[in-house]
Ligand binder design. Structure first.
Ligand code: 5GP
Length: 120
């Protein structure tokens, strides 16, 4: 899949669409999901043009990968979720219903989340 520079998160990164920013560094932006599924629902994205975790894990630099992983953990801690727990997940492609083709991790917490998947 080639990267679509007109996807909604690319527009957020370019400042063309507003977001409710939670965290930013040289490689990462995080903002609240527009349709939160829990009291805390943050989307964490790399600033680089990566379609998905599959694309990112194959092509991103070690610095980008380290920054991304560290940012996700820091956001969880900064939100006060370390002790009670939270969930991170990333949808990749068609079978996972990925809607926005720019890598994003959902960081969800603030309530008991239940099982990750319902029975098949
Ligand atoms: P996906 O299904 O691709 O894993 O998740 C996409 C997420 O992006 C959804 O949870 C959806 O609510 C969120 N989303 C879609 N458009 C926007 C937007 O314009 N702003 C924000 N903050 N979130 C968005």
């Amino acid at each position: 899949m080639s990267y679509d520079p007109n996807n909604i998160f690319a527009k957020i990164l370019r400042g063309e669409i507003p977001c409710d920013k939670v965290y930013e560094d040289d490689h990462v932006l995080a903002f609240n999901d527009i349709e939160p599924q829990a009291p805390n629902h943050v989307l964490v994205i790399p600033k680089g043009a990566y379609c998905s975790f599959d694309d990112f894990s194959a092509k991103a630099s070690a610095e980008e990968i380290a920054s991304y992983i560290r940012a996700i953990g820091k956001i969880g801690r900064d939100l006060g979720l370390s002790s009670c727990g939270y969930r991170i997940l990333s949808n990749i492609g068609q079978d996972a219903n990925q809607e926005v083709p720019h890598l994003h991790v959902h960081l969800v917490g603030g309530k008991r989340l239940g099982r990750m998947l319902s029975s098949a």
